[in-house]
Design a protein around this ligand. Structure first.
Ligand code: HEC
Ligand code: HEC
Length: 289
């Protein structure tokens, strides 16, 4: 006979197991999840074939050109452990510094479009998880030419980072959602209009309007704020479908460069936190004005 109290005992055992599992997640497991879902470094660093699919055997091997007319031809670096053409000889601290501060071991400042102002706030444990994932990649020999910037890069992306950088508690849904949509997923980078100096106008966070040109033509970042020109009338399920499958509310297919194929693997808890956070953005018209 199954009594209610036996059921609730079972439920609490299950809850305990889940809690222990989360705590027992290794840095590599965490890195595997992040890199194949919300963080999606591969969206720039893994070359894609003509059909848009990542090329097999070349995960994070770099070489993709990202062109911003008149401003730069950026070439995504080889992040595999190849000692000559990748980052195999870099220490963990050097890799962490490149990701969060945009400085290479030789002191050279890295350029856009890698979103350094957002990556700066990736927590220590998540940077460590990302590095654990990079370390186990098969090394790929692929020498990538230097990026060309037609404007001077800033001397630095900020003062040297004061560690430790901590992530908000996952139980704090809104702050966790902000961490996912900001530092980890840089959703707010693409979806926030730019100031004249190239920084983001965070008073219009999520309002969209920025154009992205590529082999797909031009796509314009949509308005993610609760405004009527944004996600105001959307259900949660419609928002989740757009993020995971690249299908807009009216059923039309969304274009790159958003990493839909990675975002399909964002887990339920993280996805709910992202949606809850987007609902709290100040409503603004498309482009913020
Ligand atoms: C929007 C595209 C984009 C995303 C997303 C991106 N990167 Fe990059 N990354 C670049 C480009 C372009 C460069 C080269 C910049 C340059 O040449 O100055 C680069 C350079 C680097 C370098 C320097 C390597 C070297 O040899 O100099 C590292 C390390 C790196 N990225 C790691 C990452 C990691 C880890 C992530 C995910 C957390 C990531 N990147 C996400 C575009 C991107
Ligand atoms: C590299 C830039 C980029 C990143 C990163 C990005 N997006 Fe997007 N997103 C776009 C663009 C561009 C579009 C519009 C595509 C089109 O019009 O075909 C879009 C469309 C959307 C839409 C569809 C809205 C509509 O009206 O159809 C949603 C929802 C969305 N993004 C949410 C997110 C979330 C959440 C994240 C982070 C997990 C994110 N985006 C990360 C560029 C980006």
């Amino acid at each position: 006979m199954t009594s209610l109290s036996a059921l609730s005992r079972l439920a609490s055992v299950a809850a305990l197991l889940i809690a222990t599992q989360a705590a027992a997640e290794t840095p590599l497991e965490r890195g595997r999840y992040l890199m194949n879902s919300v963080v999606a470094c591969g969206n720039c660093h893994t070359p894609r074939g003509p059909g848009g699919m990542p090329i097999a055997g070349r995960e994070l091997a770099g070489g993709t050109e990202i062109v911003e007319d008149g401003l730069f031809v950026a070439r995504a670096s080889n992040l595999t452990p190849d000692p000559e053409t990748g980052i195999g000889r870099w220490t963990d601290a050097e890799i962490a510094r490149a990701i969060r501060e945009g400085v290479r071991p030789d002191g050279r400042v890295l350029g856009p479009p890698m979103p350094f102002p957002f990556y700066r706030d990736i927590a220590d444990e998540d940077v460590a998880a990302i590095i654990a994932y990079l370390r186990q990649l098969p090394p790929v020999r692929n020498a990538v030419a230097r990026s060309e910037y037609k404007f001077p890069l800033p001397p630095a992306w900020g003062p040297p980072l004061a560690v430790p950088v901590r992530a908000p508690a996952r139980s704090d849904t809104l702050r966790h959602g902000a961490y996912l949509a900001g530092p980890l997923g840089h959703c707010l980078e693409c979806h926030t209009p730019m100031n004249k100096d190239g920084s983001r106008d965070m008073s219009a966070a999520g309002a969209g309007g920025q154009p992205f040109a590529g082999p797909w033509g031009v796509s314009v970042a949509r308005n993610l704020t609760p405004h009527e020109s944004g996600l105001g009338r959307w259900t949660d399920a419609e928002i989740v479908r757009a993020i995971r499958t690249g299908t807009s509310r009216d059923g039309s297919a969304l274009k790159p460069p958003m990493a839909f194929d990675y975002y399909a693997r964002i887990d339920e808890a993280d996805m709910s936190a992202i949606v809850a956070f987007l609902r709290t953005l100040p409503p603004k018209p498309l482009g913020g004005k």
